[in-house]
Design a binder for this molecule. Structure first.
Ligand code: ZEM
Length: 287
């Protein structure tokens, strides 16, 4: 295979070191292309990996990161996936450089890389996803709708196999990135450090006074400074007593958040994947 004498693409068996090179190349590209949004593609890469994985349905065993069906219409055009072409296009040169990696492994590895490079916990990862075809596209409506409440969150994440604690831990990803009026219609970041993973999302949920924003866009909340936002689904995490227990815990204890976040992201990125490899690898943060 390319660069390896006498080995063809077909019998090239990538090792941990090969995947590590992919990780490093993504990390390098994140530093290189820093004139996007708040200075990084990392949040949108994280969202790509989440939306690729979060279509999973435990009952029918359909969806999930295996398949990378968001490459195709109609899934690429689902409203929830608006803007994720930026992330897919960002990764295209990496796929060209390492053609042996599947899109579905690449997108989840990019998610791992994004979280780790934004100061998050180590997220163990293993390869084994295969790319599917257009027929495996999931129906629209499997991802959460931000205008809804706790009942909706439990229904959507329950369908993936997640409990209350896991829903709240996953939601801490909203420390990162922002809403775009030309994508979801919502506007603004959740925290003052949208390219650093912290437990600030939980702290802000509890400590700020959140009011409905008066504007022409979809119903969302703003803080007193009007610089930050929360979605209706975000606010449901403090309105619901069972959810709020976990918000309280993660706001107080960043280490507990990081540990649970790592565990739940591993679970998310592996939903429905028929792995042959048992061992997970942890890749070093690129400084
Ligand atoms: Zn999000 N998310 N999300 N999320 N999300 C947005 C942005 C980002 C919900 C949601 O509707 C939205 C999870 C859970 C949920 C990220 C990660 C994760 C946006 C803004 C919306 C509307 C999109 C835009 O306009 O660009 C809802 C309702 C959720 C239910 C709980 C989980 C779980 C995530 C990862 C583990 C990230 C990183 C972003 C920022 C993307 C960016 O481009 O900056």
């Amino acid at each position: 295979f390319a660069g390896v004498a006498g080995v063809t693409a077909k019998d090239f068996v990538p090792t941990k070191e090969d995947y590590e090179k992919v990780y490093e190349e993504i990390a390098k590209r994140l530093v290189e292309f820093d004139d996007y949004d708040d200075g990084s593609y990392a949040p949108v890469l994280a969202r790509l990996a989440w939306h690729a994985s979060g279509t999973y349905d435990v009952e029918t065993k359909t969806g999930g990161s295996n398949g990378a069906t968001m490459r195709f219409q109609p899934e690429s055009d689902h409203g929830a996936n608006a803007g994720l072409k930026n992330a897919r296009d960002f990764l295209e040169p990496i796929k060209e450089k390492f053609p042996w990696i599947t899109y579905s492994d690449l997108w989840t590895l990019a998610g791992v890389c994004a979280f780790q490079q934004m100061g998050g916990p180590a997220i163990p990862w293993r390869p084994g996803r295969k790319d599917g075809d257009i027929g495996a596209c999931t129906p629209d409506g499997r991802l959460p709708d931000a205008s809804k409440d706790q009942k909706h969150l439990r229904a959507i994440f329950g369908r993936m196999g997640f409990n209350d604690q896991e829903i709240v831990a996953l939601s801490g990803a909203h420390a990162l990135g922002r809403c775009h009026t030309d994508r979801s219609g919502y506007d603004g970041p959740w925290t003052f450090s949208p390219t650093m993973l912290t437990n600030d999302y939980y702290k802000l949920l509890l400590n700020e006074k959140w009011n409905w924003r008066k504007w022409n866009g979809p119903a969302q909340f703003e803080d007193k400074s009007k610089a930050l936002m929360m979605l209706p689904t975000d606010m449901s995490l403090v309105k619901d007593r069972e959810f709020k227990k976990w918000v309280d815990k993660y706001a107080k204890d960043q280490d507990a958040f990081f540990k649970d976040f790592s565990d739940v992201i591993v679970k998310l990125f592996e939903l429905g994947v028929p792995f042959k490899q048992e061992e997970r690898w942890t890749f070093k943060v690129v400084e």
